[in-house]
Ligand binder design. Structure first.
Ligand SMILES: [Ca+2]
Ligand SMILES: [Ca+2]
Length: 507
């Protein structure tokens, strides 16, 4: 009597759930993003950067040589990447906003993983934060994206701010500022985050009934460039290069192309330029060490055998090229981002993909790799064919946009260059060979650079008659690309009053 119901029950279980997914066999995801990090990394050929841990990741996966953000500013870029939509479809064109205020029912990348049963955790900055002011808080977060959030704040935020050098004293977030800290790695915010990530991974190795999606958002090298002083000593100040030939270079750049310049940068001497580069590189090496700790833990716990690792940044960064610093330009240094994707046991480990790709491609890529359903229309393309064969052509272009004149984005970081106060966009199309940029549909200027001959984008060919046909062809391609950035309605969604807005609380 005892045995029959049990057998029936088992039989029923088999009949009812013959194709139940084996949840624990889906790969985990370790998604690492650094803030304001350009491609000054050893694996991208930088002659100075000491980044052994990120270089090690590059050797384990596919390195995307031409990866681009959609908008070189934290908030718009991160909302775009994490929703899989261009900024013209998220409606987030400035910092301190979240897509729940514009497209509230859209499912974010981490949310799709949550809905598919993953244990989804955020540590640090994934959506926008004011740095350093909102370190230690949720920032401008989307609570619906995560099951668990961890927000440490280290000595860089809690103790050392009075000692930080700044071009504009007392300001650190949008201003060039730095400090060589006497405190060790473990006491800094990014060090605490690496420790928290180790703790989460320990938990996931013991409790492996569900795969995990661990999103780890380091704050460095974002200003203020605060890092333990041992990292500063890797980069002697006197040996730091200073970009030359700025006046000559700027002559053929339309005014909006230089619109991210800030008046306070007039104070920069060559010595300060060297100090800024030293501090930026020191912050990169410090962040690289924290990446190494987390990846070592993943290896030690044998989780890497079934974990996809992504490493990227929210946008690029200038170190004086064209006379510019920081972000919000459409030049290569600001639009380009590092992108490494490591899939377990990849036959393509160490290979390089040269075709242009975009941050909007990450959502469909990870969803495909993990068989996570995507219920919303996404605007990127899966990079899986490129991961399988890095010479695959893909879409063949990447589009980056920025806003100028009036509006909140301008107030966030840039000089307002629209004398009439009118808001306008710049769009820049990157193909294998060219970068082509239009400001206000070309009314406020065009730029064309040939990367085969001019990798530093010094000579603007847009007004040279020999290049008129290439320019016109790229202009058509750019306008077609811009059309793909809008939602089906053709209208960018606007902020809706009454919808949840993040509360910014200082710790
Ligand atoms: Ca950023
Ligand atoms: Ca030039």
């Amino acid at each position: 009597m005892h045995r029959l119901p049990l057998s029936l029950g088992m039989l029923l279980l088999l009949v009812c759930c013959p194709i139940a997914p084996a949840a624990d066999s889906r790969p985990n995801v370790l998604f690492i993003i650094s803030d304001d990090l350009n491609n000054m990394l050893g694996c991208y050929g930088d002659p100075l950067a000491k980044t052994p841990n990120i270089d090690r990741l590059a050797a384990r996966g596919v390195r995307f040589d031409r990866a681009y953000c959609t908008f070189p500013l934290c908030g718009p870029s991160r909302n775009s990447m994490l929703t899989g939509l261009y900024p013209n479809s998220t409606g987030i064109l400035a910092n301190a906003q979240i897509f729940r205020q514009t497209i509230p029912t859209h499912r974010s990348l981490p949310q799709a993983f949550r809905n598919a049963g993953y244990f989804v955790t955020r540590i640090g900055k994934l959506y926008h934060y004011n740095v350093p002011r909102s370190i230690g808080t949720n920032g401008h977060d989307d609570p619906g994206s995560w099951e668990m959030e961890i927000n440490p704040a280290g000595v860089d935020r809690l103790v050392e701010e009075p000692q930080i050098y700044s071009l504009t004293p007392g300001q650190f977030g949008g201003t060039l500022s730095w400090f060589a800290s006497p405190e060790p790695d473990a006491k800094h915010t990014d060090g605490l985050m690496a420790s928290d990530a180790e703790w989460v991974l320990e938990r996931c190795s013991k409790q492996n009934d569900r795969p995990f999606f661990l999103a780890l958002g380091f704050f460095r090298p974002h200003t203020p460039y605060v890092a333990p002083k041992t990292y500063f000593s890797k980069y002697p100040r006197e040996s730091m290069p200073v970009v030359q030939g700025i006046d000559e270079d700027q002559k053929d750049i339309p005014a909006p192309g230089l619109g991210s310049y800030k008046r306070e940068q007039d104070k920069l001497t060559d010595e300060l330029r060297q100090e800024a580069r030293q501090a930026y590189l020191a912050s990169i090496s410090f962040m690289d060490s924290q990446v190494g700790r987390v990846v070592d833990t993943l290896d030690r716990l044998k989780l890497s055998e079934n974990t996809i690792i992504v490493f990227t940044s929210d946008h690029g960064y200038h170190m004086g090229e064209h006379g510019l610093w920081q972000k919000m330009s459409l030049f290569e240094e600001s639009a380009r981002v590092p992108l490494l994707i490591v899939t377990p046991n990849s036959k393509q480990a160490g290979q390089v993909a040269k075709t242009p790709v975009s941050h909007v491609d990450l959502y469909p890529t990870l969803a495909e790799l993990c068989q996570v359903p995507t219920q919303d229309a996404l605007q990127g393309e899966s990079l899986v064919p490129i991961l399988n064969a890095p010479e695959t052509k893909g879409r063949g272009w990447a589009l980056t946009q920025v806003m100028r004149g009036g509006g909140q984005a301008a107030a966030a970081v840039t000089t307002n260059v629209g004398a009439d106060g009118k808001r306008f966009f710049g769009y820049s199309l990157r193909t294998d060979r060219y970068r082509y940029t239009e400001w206000a549909e070309g009314e406020r200027g065009r730029e064309l650079y040939d990367h085969d001959k001019d990798p530093h984008e010094i000579r603007n060919l847009a007004n040279e008659s020999d290049f008129a046909s290439i320019r016109d062809e790229l202009s058509k391609q750019l306008q077609a690309a811009v059309k793909t950035t809008y939602p089906p309605s053709g209208e960018t969604p606007s902020l809706k009053p009454g919808l949840w807005a993040p509360d910014l609380t200082n710790p």
